[in-house]
Design a binder for this molecule. Structure first.
Ligand SMILES: [Zn+2]
Length: 241
């Protein structure tokens, strides 16, 4: 047997016609567990993959559970995006999805990749809460494994083309100064950082957001048109361009 057209269409639709691992377009729907190993033709066993990701990971039985998790996370992202998007926009307007190789890293190493896209109308609180949830979920599913956070941000630009206050705060203060305790590395539009500390594995249940240090310095640096600033007590660069 093979997937029915209905299952294939449904799987592709849920993925926004993107590869659920790298997010490139042009996908085929593949069996996660192959038919010869008893894999079903139901939606649950269907993963839209590009040719390259299918070649790289499709035949590897150890990766099946991970592929399913990545697929579910991607389906959820698209579902949430879909829910928020104004339906009157054309597909091309809302399908601005960057190619992403982070999930491939997850499949190639022992670390867990946490991927999140902040949408245009998400505020700081919402985004911060989602990030905490991601960390908490990953600690439950993969206790103690190194967590790599990949953060993309749609919109949230000021008139100068830089990030608005919320997204500066999210990237610089929240992720690199606070959330970093429970991460091994973070990749945001502003910075790529390998944290040189031991990752904590006790993510907070409740989030208490307070202003971190540095926002004034960062604003001043942006006004001065600097490319980067050195945060001495954190021993790291923060890129501003
Ligand atoms: Zn792919």
């Amino acid at each position: 047997m093979a997937f029915s057209e209905r299952v294939k269409l449904s799987a592709k639709h849920k993925s926004a016609h993107r590869c659920c691992i790298c997010h490139r377009a042009f996908v085929e729907v593949h069996h996660i567990t192959p038919q010869e190993h008893g894999g079903s033709d139901e939606l649950d066993n269907a993963a839209p993959l590009c040719a390259s990701c299918h070649d790289l990971y499709g035949g590897n039985g150890d990766k099946r559970k991970t592929i399913r998790q990545i697929r579910d996370r991607w389906w959820k992202t698209i579902e949430e995006r879909d829910r928020r998007i104004n339906r009157s926009l054309s597909l091309g307007d809302w399908l601005k999805i960057e190619e992403d190789t982070s999930h491939q890293n997850k499949l190639m190493s022992k670390s867990v990749a946490l991927y999140h896209v902040v949408f245009e109308d998400d505020d700081f609180e919402t985004s911060a809460q989602i990030l905490i949830d991601l960390i908490r979920d990953s600690q439950k599913s993969n206790p103690g494994q190194a967590r790599r956070l990949y953060l993309d941000i749609d919109g949230h630009r000021n008139s100068k083309g830089g990030f608005d206050h919320d997204m500066y705060e999210l990237q610089v203060n929240f992720v690199t100064e606070f959330l970093s305790q429970w991460l091994s590395s973070a990749f945001t539009p502003l910075a790529s950082i390998d944290f040189n500390h031991a990752q904590r594995n006790d993510p907070p249940e409740n989030l208490n957001i307070t202003d971190g240090i540095g926002q004034k310095d960062i604003n001043a640096a942006i006004d001065a048109d600097l490319e980067a600033i050195w945060v001495a007590d954190k021993a790291r660069w923060i890129y501003l361009k």
